[in-house]
Design a protein around this ligand. Structure first.
Ligand code: BGC
Length: 765
């Protein structure tokens, strides 16, 4: 922190301490005293920029311009078109009290320079990397008018059927909390003062959106308070503690009340318990969706949402259309409206928009700061650390002079590399896997290519997946013809290329629209046409490296048995192909580890490592036994556990050691372990620390992650990795929802993943 910032922060603390009003309070008080009630309600209204998809122009006929002139808009979202945003900001300044608009956008994993999807980034377990990737996104977006990003998504997800698992940090609340902080710091900076490269984060989807029943998007959530506090809420809390400026309420309900009008979630927990003092915006049309939830008409749900703590209504026109009437009828008070309006004005003040409404509208920054070589290079570096090696029988790394057949529908698909939510990306400019491989080999003519297969046998399904999204926004869009070449002919071509090669790189998995919003799957196996291709390739007897593109865990039992190697590359962004080639050829040793369990069968879902034991526990890998908690047809264990991922080298773990076998509740102990790189290549290892509270007044999970470190270990070298445990890591929310560290014995476990841990016992007095 610079000296100037420290002085400013000290001055604020002093003012607060003396009960004096800050400059911001005085400014906002004054503005509020001058605004009409209609203008205040207008500040609570957020719209998407007209022509969300098509070209944007500011015209007087535009609905948003009309509303703005009537003082009925507080912000716009959905574009980073600098000219448009500049024009519309000018209109905002000419209207009413000239309050600048806030401009939001879904900057989810990078902006024009696309970073790996969030689930991929989480598998790096590298918080500096995530923070720096996010800073680049903030820098690019802020150069293009955006001052508010709808990220991070920190929803814990235990069910891979849910398509939006791609947008989050996986299944673990501790790791999720660390990731949430990294994103908030990346977007907002760490000083608490917004420079013109810092943007306001919006933590979503508050809360429990990832806990949707049966993994079906938008579905009901059926967990109790103790389980949500222990298993799901930590990332939201961590983001609040890191100073996140805004939250987005979620579509789902909790305890029979839609999250968007849930005062327990918004007021009791987020504001009162965690001290959040920013504003809460609804998710898109979430206010009007409360009508379909069965709560009441638009007026009723708008009034209840405001009273429960919602400040801004995205795309429902519920606030702007009904709050005045509700005020007149006594259903909401002036204080309710003032409170919400104050929070919006404060956010604009903190962003510096009252000082300079054009602070983020500096077109000259675009060429110098957006989609630059430097940013793309960094994206490649990030992607190198986000590839999970799931299997390797020794075929990897590949030789650069080998004859390689690159096949599969995802081999030469540049746009699929960007993944879900990459609308600001440069279409077609991301590096495909084929391109990356060609750029890396000694002689590109040794690389052959065949598309190899359709995605699905069912053409309508494939069409719906590929074009459903674009047709939703543009119903008249002419969908290109699919399945024009017979599947059998495509497979035959790929097989011929495979036979002529030394090794096959099969690029298969999900195209982006198979995950993300509104893309739940009941069957999470490899699309059937692609599986046919894999089976035909297998029959050639050639070694096969499966390069998996996906936004969720898939069921890969057959692939695990039959492929020589599986490299899970998710969707890696702008430099995907280069980063993937870096790993395939061993220029980079893979180091990522899963943050979600990979089930064997979809029927195991929800599947998560930090589950409870039950009264009739059944060992994870043992076959069916009647009257124990297991399945007839599959073992309980996942195929690939949480925390799992291979390297080109091997690591050997010693026994964990404690600095003391007993710990006072207010004390601490050190846990250390020796980790040796026993292979011949330098590598990075993610060392994981888990605990298990053996007896507690409530049932506790069999394992809970409480620490991790990513360490570089040279070939042959041994490193001692040390963690500190305090009561904080050993505490949980008990039956009465108190945060307690209960005395007794804890298993303290260390290992390379959640399965292969070694334990020692610690007694807490
Ligand atoms: C999504 C949000 C997103 C919003 C605005 C919604 O459909 O759930 O994640 O931020 O749209 O685009």
């Amino acid at each position: 922190m610079t000296k100037r910032l420290i002085l400013a922060a000290a001055a604020i603390l002093l003012l607060v301490g003396c009960g004096q009003k800050s400059e911001m309070d005085k400014f906002v008080d004054n503005l509020l005293s001058e605004m009409t009630i209609e203008e205040k309600i207008g500040q609570l209204n957020l719209h998407s920029a007209s022509g969300f998809i098509s070209a944007l122009r500011v015209t007087e006929e535009d609905e948003n311009v009309k509303m703005l002139r009537a003082g009925q808009l507080g912000g716009l979202y959905g574009t980073s078109n600098v000219e448009y945003l500049t024009e519309i900001q000018k209109i905002a300044l000419e209207s009413g009290h000239g309050i600048p608009l806030i401009f939001g956008l879904d900057v989810i994993h990078g902006h024009e320079t696309v970073m790996p999807i969030p689930l991929a980034m989480s598998t790096s377990w590298n918080m500096d990397l995530i923070e720096n990737a996010t800073r680049i996104a903030a820098k690019e977006a802020s150069a293009m008018g955006v001052n508010w990003v709808f990220s991070p998504m920190v929803d814990i997800a235990r069910d891979a059927r849910w398509g939006r698992i791609a947008e989050g940090g996986g299944e673990d609340p501790y790791l999720g909390g660390e990731i949430a902080k990294a994103y908030v710091y990346g977007y907002q900076g760490r000083t608490g003062i917004f420079s013109d490269h810092d943007v306001l984060a919006c933590v979503k989807h508050y809360a429990l959106y990832g806990a949707a029943e049966a993994g079906r998007d938008y579905n009901t959530v059926n967990y109790g308070r103790q389980e949500i506090l222990n298993g799901f809420m930590n990332p939201y809390k961590a983001a609040a503690k890191a100073g996140a400026g805004s939250y987005m309420s979620s579509f789902n309900e909790f305890e029979g009340i839609p999250a968007t009008m849930n005062s327990y979630l918004m007021d009791d927990l987020l504001r009162k318990s965690w001290g959040f003092d920013g504003f809460i915006v609804s998710d898109a049309t979430a206010v009007m969706e409360e009508v379909a939830h069965g709560i009441g008409d638009l007026q009723e749900v708008s009034a209840r949402s405001l009273k429960a703590g919602l400040d801004m209504d995205m795309n429902s026109d519920g606030f702007v259309g009904t709050l005045k009437k509700s005020l007149d009828e006594g259903k909401v008070s002036k204080a309710d409206i003032d409170r919400a309006c104050r929070r919006i004005l404060e956010a604009k003040y903190k962003l510096g928009l009252f000082d300079d409404p054009f602070k983020y509208l500096k077109p000259e920054r675009v060429a110098a700061e957006v989609f630059t070589k430097e940013n793309r290079d960094f994206s490649r570096k990030v992607a190198q650390e986000c590839q999970v090696l799931l299997k390797n029988d020794g075929v990897l790394p590949l030789k650069k002079n080998a004859r390689i057949a690159v096949v599969g529908p995802l081999a030469d698909d540049s746009s699929a590399m960007n993944g879900t939510w990459s609308m600001s990306s440069h279409a077609g400019e991301s590096i495909s896997i084929l391109q990356g491989i060609k750029d890396a080999v000694t002689n590109p003519s040794n690389v052959s290519y065949a598309e190899g297969s359709w995605l699905f046998r069912d053409k309508d399904l494939e069409e719906n997946i590929k074009y459903g999204m674009i047709k939703y926004f543009m119903p008249n869009y002419a969908v290109p013809a699919l399945h024009t070449v017979p599947q059998e002919r495509m497979i035959a071509e790929a097989v011929a290329k495979a036979r002529a090669a030394d090794v096959v790189v099969a690029c298969v998995g999900e195209v982006p629209n198979m995950n993300g919003e509104g893309s739940s799957r009941a069957d999470i196996s490899m699309p059937d046409a692609e599986l046919e291709l894999l089976k035909a390739l297998k029959a050639t007897g050639k070694p096969i490296v499966m390069v998996l593109t996906t936004g969720r865990p898939l069921t890969l039992l057959w692939e695990d048995e039959n492929m020589n190697a599986i490299l899970n590359t998710w969707s890696e962004g702008s430099e995907a192909g280069h980063a993937i080639a870096d790993v395939l050829f061993g220029d980079v040793n893979p180091s990522a580890k899963l943050t979600t369990s990979f089930p064997r069968m979809v029927g195991q879902l929800p599947l998560y490592y930090n589950h409870k034991n039950t009264g009739r526990p059944h060992p994870d890998y043992e076959p069916y036994r009647k009257f124990t908690s297991c399945y007839i047809d599959v073992v309980n264990a996942p195929l690939y556990p949480f925390g799992y991922g291979l390297s080109y080298t091997t690591f050997e773990y010693g026994e964990p050691r404690l600095s003391a076998n007993e710990m006072a509740a207010d004390g601490s102990v050190k846990v250390s372990v020796d980790v040796k790189n026993t292979g011949s290549m330098d590598g990075k290892e993610i060392v994981q620390l888990y605990i298990h509270d053996i007896y507690a007044t409530s049932t506790r999970p069999v394992k809970e992650l409480k620490g991790f470190q990513k360490v570089d270990i040279k070939a042959g070298e041994t490193k001692t990795v040390e963690f500190t445990l305090t009561a904080e890591e050993l505490s949980y929310y008990d039956h009465e929802l108190n945060w307690v560290c209960e005395p007794g014995d804890f298993e303290i476990m260390v290992g390379p993943n959640s399965r292969d841990t070694k334990a020692v016992v610690l007694t807490v007095n």
